[in-house]
Design a protein around this ligand. Sequence first.
Ligand SMILES: Nc1ncnc2c1ncn2[C@@H]1O[C@H](COP(=O)(O)OP(=O)(O)OP(=O)(O)O)[C@@H](O)[C@H]1O
Ligand SMILES: [Mg+2]
Length: 803
Amino acid sequence: MGRVPATFLFTIFTSKKSVSRARALLLNRYFHSLRQFGDWVLEKDHFNATFDVPKRQVSTSLVDLIRPSNGSKFRHFNLADVRPFSSTVENGDSFEKSNSCNSAVEELQDKKGLDFVESVGFDGVEENGMGNGVDYFEENNTCESEIVEQEDGIDENEKREDVAFRDPIDLYRQLRDNPRRHKLQQSEWDTLQEVFNCFAKSGWAANQSLGIYIGLSFFRTAVHKFRNFFYKKCCSEIVKHVLSLGPSDATVKFLFPIFVEFCIEEFPDEIRRFQGMLESADLTKPHTWFPFARAMKRKIIYHCGPTNSGKTYNALQCFMEAKKGIYCSPLRLLAMEVFDKVNAQGVYCSLLTGQEKKHVPFSNHVACTVEMVSTDELYDVAVIDEIQMMADPYRGYAWTRALLGLKADEIHLCGDPSVLNIVRKICSDTGDELHEQHYERFKPLVVEAKTLLGDLRNVRSGDCVVAFSRREIFEVKMAIEKHTKHRCCVIYGALPPETRRQQASLFNDQDNEFDVLVASDAVGMGLNLNIRRVIFYSLSKYNGDKIVPVPASQVKQIAGRAGRRGSRYPDGLTTTLNLDDLDYLIECLKQPFEDVKKGGLFPFFEQVELFAGQLPNVTFSQLLEKFGESCRLDGSYFLCRHDHIKKVANMLEKVQGLSLEDRFNFCFAPVNVRDPKAMYHLLRFASVYSQNAPVNIAMGMPKGSAKNDAELMDLETRHQVLSMYLWLSHHFKEETFPYAKKAEVMASNVAELLGQSLINANWKPESRQANQKKPHPEEDGYDRPRSLVKLIDKKRRDKSSAA
Ligand SMILES: Nc1ncnc2c1ncn2[C@@H]1O[C@H](COP(=O)(O)OP(=O)(O)OP(=O)(O)O)[C@@H](O)[C@H]1O
Ligand SMILES: [Mg+2]
């Protein structure tokens, strides 16, 4: 028999007339989860489906549905009539070969009272024999012996077998209408208890129950009620059969269809509610959410390559030549850079970020942050930069939405190759035409094997030292400025884009003493800086929970900042501070781009609203949680993480009078959830807003630049609060946040103060939250850099001593 390794194709014919409600519901669920692999049609009196399912994606429940087991070839098809055209599975781990035969099955149906309309069975076929199901099913050579075996089984143990093969609907009715309860002995009672414990714990049964919309949270209750029903109605034939099987998978599978009938009759409201919930949390086929974009035949050009290879440059050329264009940036800073660059070249371009709207008169071009992209406007050319960010666990949905929803004749995607396969899949779903342009780095990146030998005194002009926490950044800056003649600029996430820009131009400019940059991973995306060499201070970082190695993709992205074309240093170098970390750096740079399998998704407000209709009495945070649990996704997508949104939602719970939409919007406001001061201001804004009063800024300006780290952090927080106010003023009605102009001026003054403060900064960094768990234990003064290898060695030693 030929084998098709990756997929199998099967067809389901089911007569609507004959299929019981339970079966229809089960099938409905399978169809739902299989929709991405094929299609199904509901004919007048039957439905008919064909799916081409990659083997990896076949749910175990589906396998169970169509897999013959227990030596009884057709036992399982009493859940649904499944007739695969073919199935081919590697390693023989799932399916046994069985040829089907109409006459034999009919014979079996007659004997066992199964109400199959179509014959059942499946088989692997030759690779070229796919789809010729009708011819195939007419031939039958092999299954007779197996049927004979079953018949023999019936002769031997007729009564028990009779129960085993009877229609579960009849069995259920028999139980329900049983007038005489069978008396149980203690040992029988004990066994039955075990059987139902086994049923309640069965992952298979819980999973299958989803098919009739019994949710996981209700499953245990349903089993409990079913058990009571079973005890009460105890019917001797059925009990005997169950006892003979004992607490086993076979019993669970025998009882399950009876349980289904019980649930359908007993819990119609729960089923309806859960079904409604699932349907409103359906995130499958997201490309259908944008019918206007689907009505267009879009041309997608994927500029695919490593850093510093000219991807954005080339896409921007097309953007500038277009009559009407949009550039979507991953960062405000990059949107500002493009805004400046494009206007400088004589193409009028506006700027749109969450915090600022700069409309340039007569402009047909706009540079925006990707979250702000409009899927209503029509464009000739759109550019989506850093498309690999569609796999970002938090923000990925914004890239996915831009790609699926942009109404542009031509869309240029710039990014590394990691999401190329997803983009290919999306384009085949949307019907867009995909063109791939592959790029190589202008000049290869050279690794300096010598490293800095653990001594920051070895930094040179044009170096960028990369550290992964604000604390480390200031320690490095202090150490360099103390022990060398170099001065350092700094770039890290908590700084406003204006200040980062000011620091970047201070570093790029040759006519000053600031010739070294100390930066966090915030430097890793898109920025063009005059960096000669990227030095990794360490290659591990705190991920909010523990210290982990920096992922290879991020290492590559950051190292790629060295030696940009057109900069003062076109030949890029990279190295580490410690010799111990060098191997990891080399390993990361050598690693090919990983093939990311999924892009992020997040529901629109309308979807959340629809879902909320199913769950009227829960908090917004619980609603998001439930949505996460219930939502259905295609294999190419994941639901973006929303812990930070839930944190804000929890905080806003005590604010009365906010509509669901208001809550949704407030939760997306840019706030550092780990900064209590910023969170306090957000709470205050929401409280005032909920009272229909104009929201004031209620925050003064600091007197001057910061003189210590606490003051610097205060400036950072103040800027964040102002930035949040501006964001809210653009996302709510103008009259509700009327002081946007004032906030704008204040924000730019604070950014200015931050810039001045950084120039003079030579103090010991503090922790933002004194009681916050620290990534590194505090040491006296200068915290020595920790190498990744040492860290891993220490972990290993700790582990072995614990063992
Ligand atoms: N054809 C070109 N002529 C002149 N300069 C170019 C050309 N192509 C690229 N550059 C310059 O080379 C530098 C790197 O190009 P670009 O920013 O497009 O790289 P990239 O591949 O997008 O990198 P990254 O992945 O880091 O965003 C930029 O300063 C850009 O202006
Ligand atoms: Mg780029």
